[in-house]
Design a protein around this ligand. Structure first.
Ligand SMILES: Nc1ncnc2c1ncn2[C@@H]1O[C@H](COP(=O)(O)OP(=O)(O)O)[C@@H](O)[C@H]1O
Ligand SMILES: [Mg+2]
Length: 464
């Protein structure tokens, strides 16, 4: 069908043509915002979910609702490698500039503006060109201690909003990128605002590890926030997400085609948009058929591999890629950290720092103690698809290590017998090239796949 009329437009944070299955979250948000609009306090929320489930879309919806409720709001996407405050403070300043300067609120507003000026000067942050129009005053948000100054600042902002009969909604995306200092200071400040019953609330969004990060930063975080889980859509919602926009565009889709889309996307919102878009483009008639979806699957996967998935692998170092490859070789996950280390032929402690870096980059997370999972749905399948082009990195070997390795290789029998060092844990590195070739023949898989040490190790471990 005509791509110009295609209703689907997958993207990061782009509003879907049909925002399906999120009514409960939006209803809860509406209650919080309604309370703020009447000067009351309500619990902050952290929306948790994998990449592409629709967290940013929800934050944008909540921002629109806040505006409709005449609440001041600021949307901040936490940067990965920069200070959060550099983005946060200018947005908060905009909020303060928007609050009415009537006589009634003048004193409270002045205090908030003094606080933000002092804060910016102590933490060396640029506030922007527009003057705040206040005279400096010592003692507010100028101690140099982040948590106490941020508390002063948010309390003063909330008081100013309250005296102007409004409330403040902070919308922060990618909260997992905040440093532990920034996160704990934000939690302390929100805690104080809540204790004082002031109308300021945070709606945050982030990867699932955020709940643990917040708990580690401050143990009372679990009582301060609600943590709605944002997951894949249930079948009826996923079907609505595809069928409704098509109907709206005066076209049709067979129910077998809808079932097929649900099956292949598992209800993940971003994938639904991709399959919707490609199925529409693949259809030759006015109705999308199951055959169109089959054709669309190829183009949709190719498009994900080029974009959504690839950009994530491109940011990794060779050692981090090894870790991802080992994980993908084990399946969708979650996997035990020990299993992954074994598949890499290394000890858990030696791969610990790589795991830590991958968590910090938002590639993987720990769903429970000792477990590791991908933050992107279906990423394991992508890594397995891409594995042919990925050479495992070769850790630098010292001369002594090289000699030892050569001695070991000479002592190895070749051709047919699989080598496991007696009495030692199984190690991927004890498999020589010849053995990997035999493994490839034996398991009738591509030699390139078996050539990847962790995958060969996994195959042997599973099948022997
Ligand atoms: N409830 C939903 N129904 C249908 N599509 C959705 C829904 N939520 C999000 N999407 C689509 O999914 C894609 C990813 O959304 P986004 O908010 O960027 O996810 P996240 O922030 O969790 O990574 C977007 O193309 C968006 O249009
Ligand atoms: Mg997002």
């Amino acid at each position: 069908m005509d791509p110009l009329k295609n209703p689907f437009n997958p993207g990061a944070g782009t509003r879907p043509p049909e925002l399906a299955g999120r009514d409960k979250i939006l209803e809860d948000a509406a209650v919080t915002l309604g309370r703020l609009a009447t000067g009351k306090q309500d619990k902050s929320q952290l929306l948790l979910g994998l990449r592409g489930v629709g967290k940013t879309v929800l934050l944008n919806e909540i921002a629109d609702l806040a505006t409709k409720n005449k609440l001041e709001n600021a949307f901040i996407e936490a940067p990965e490698n920069r200070k959060f405050l550099e983005k946060f403070i200018p947005q908060l300043r905009k909020v303060l500039l928007k609050i009415d300067r009537t006589t009634k609120v003048k004193a409270a507003l002045n205090e908030a503006r003094v606080a933000i000026r002092n804060f910016a000067s102590v933490f060396k942050l640029k506030l922007g060109d527009i003057e705040m129009g206040v005279t400096p005053e010592a003692g507010v948000a100028d101690s140099g201690d982040l948590s106490s100054d941020l508390t002063d600042l948010l309390v003063a902002t909330a008081k100013a909003a309250k005296s102007a009969n409004t409330g403040v909604v902070l919308l922060v995306d990618e909260v997992q990128y905040l440093t532990s200092d920034e996160l704990s200071s934000l939690i302390v400040a929100l805690h104080r605002v809540a204790q004082l019953g002031l109308p300021l609330t945070l709606f945050g969004a982030g990867l699932p590890q955020l709940a643990a990060l917040a708990g580690d930063a401050k143990s009372y975080a679990e009582r301060l926030f609600d943590y709605p889980e944002i997951g894949p859509l249930k079948k009826p919602d996923a079907i609505n997400a595809i069928a409704d926009p098509i109907k709206e565009a005066k076209a049709g889709i067979e129910s077998a085609a809808l079932t097929k889309i649900y099956k292949v996307t598992e209800g993940y919102p971003f994938f639904l948009q991709e399959w919707g878009k490609h199925s529409w483009n693949a259809a030759t008639g006015k109705t999308i058929t199951a055959a169109d979806v089959t054709a669309a699957t190829k183009t949709a996967i190719a498009s994900l591999d080029r974009g959504f998935f690839k950009v994530r692998l491109d940011r990794l170092t060779p050692r981090e890629l090894d870790y991802m490859r080992a994980m993908a070789g084990l399946g969708a996950g979650p996997h035990g950290s020990g299993e992954i280390a074994t598949a890499m032929g290394q000890s858990v402690s030696s791969v610990g720092p790589i795991r830590g870096d991958l968590i910090a980059k938002g590639m993987i997370y720990s769903p429970s103690y000792g477990k590791t999972a991908f933050t992107v749905p279906m990423f394991d399948a992508y890594v397995r698809r891409a594995i042919l082009n990925l050479e495992p990195s070769r850790p630098k070997r010292t001369i002594a290590k090289k000699k030892k390795r050569r001695r070991r290789e000479r002592a190895r029998p070749t051709g047919g017998s699989v080598l496991l060092r007696r009495g030692r844990p199984f190690s991927a590195f004890c498999i020589c090239i010849q053995v990997r070739r035999v493994v490839a023949d034996y398991f009738a898989c591509d030699f390139h796949i078996a050539r990847s040490a962790p995958v060969a190790a996994h195959l042997i471990k599973c099948r022997l």
